[in-house]
Design a protein around this ligand. Structure first.
Ligand code: CIR
Length: 257
């Protein structure tokens, strides 16, 4: 969670064509852009140098830069997003990764991995199998990570959610913020677990950036739990209502390294 840089991408006018599991209203591009700006400001205030790429109208979901790549201290890995409409986002991300990293590995496939299913903790890299991430993708990623000395662990993303990190976040200090379902799954038995408040499941996609926790706004009970638990950290609540309309959250909108 100690980061000096981040990469994001502006939401496009095409954002309403982004993938989403449920129905619901379309996100409003102007409001999304305003919320995205506040997100970048918060990342900057947390101590990273945020960079923001121009919108890609051909890829409505490209604002969710977390999915096509994984950034580690040793280098970056270009992933293979599991949704067909998002596959082309990788070719847009590759040159960007080269500007930040000397070493960039490229997943060759045929397996698939979405960055939203990858959680990097201090001791391991958890990879949740989901509709977007499969075993073959995990194996290829595991081999690349092993070359950098990282242990990968294959876990299950609950069927009801899009990504592993939709319902869980690593907050540093061996601590995970997650939903009740995730807490009871056993996946995080080696960690301290902080559960989001009942009815506030969407708060589980938070991010720790240096000495700040970014949390989605509108989850006052979880905010209070975090304030008490992490009294020495700054808690910043950000409106993510527009990202949420297309199944996105805080972690999805940046690559942090
Ligand atoms: C998608 O379905 O791919 C996007 N609408 C949302 C992606 C959210 N990304 C993430 O959780 N890492």
């Amino acid at each position: 969670f100690r980061f000096t840089h981040s990469i994001s991408r502006m939401p496009g006018q095409s954002i309403a064509s982004g993938l989403r599991a449920g129905g619901g209203p379309d996100p409003d591009p102007a409001l999304f852009i305003a919320q995205h700006k506040a997100y970048l400001v918060a990342l900057g205030e947390a101590g990273v140098e945020p960079s923001c790429l121009p919108a890609l109208e051909a890829y409505p979901d490209s604002v969710f830069v977390e999915d096509p790549a994984l950034c580690m201290p040793q280098g970056a890995i270009l992933l293979r997003p599991g949704a067909k409409s998002r596959a082309g986002e990788t070719q847009e991300m590759l040159p960007v990764l080269y500007t930040h990293f000397d070493t960039v590995h490229i997943l060759q496939g045929p397996g698939m991995v979405d960055g939203g299913d990858i959680m990097v903790t201090d001791d391991e890299v958890l990879v949740g199998l989901s509709a977007r991430t499969d075993e073959s993708g995990f194996s290829e990623l595991e081999t690349l990570l092993a070359g950098w000395g990282h242990k990968a662990r294959m876990v299950q993303t609950p069927a009801s959610i899009l990504h592993f990190k939709t319902a869980s976040s690593f907050l540093g200090d061996n601590t995970i913020l997650c939903t009740e379902v995730m807490a009871q799954s056993g996946v995080f038995d080696a960690y301290q677990i902080v559960q989001v408040a009942k009815g506030e499941e969407a708060a589980a996609n938070a991010i720790r950036v240096n000495d700040t926790i970014l949390l989605s706004a509108g989850f006052p009970k979880t905010a209070q739990i975090l304030r008490e638990r992490f009294a020495d950290l700054k808690l910043v609540e950000l409106d993510t209502s527009q990202a949420a309309l297309v199944d996105g959250g805080l972690s999805c909108m940046s690559l942090r390294f």
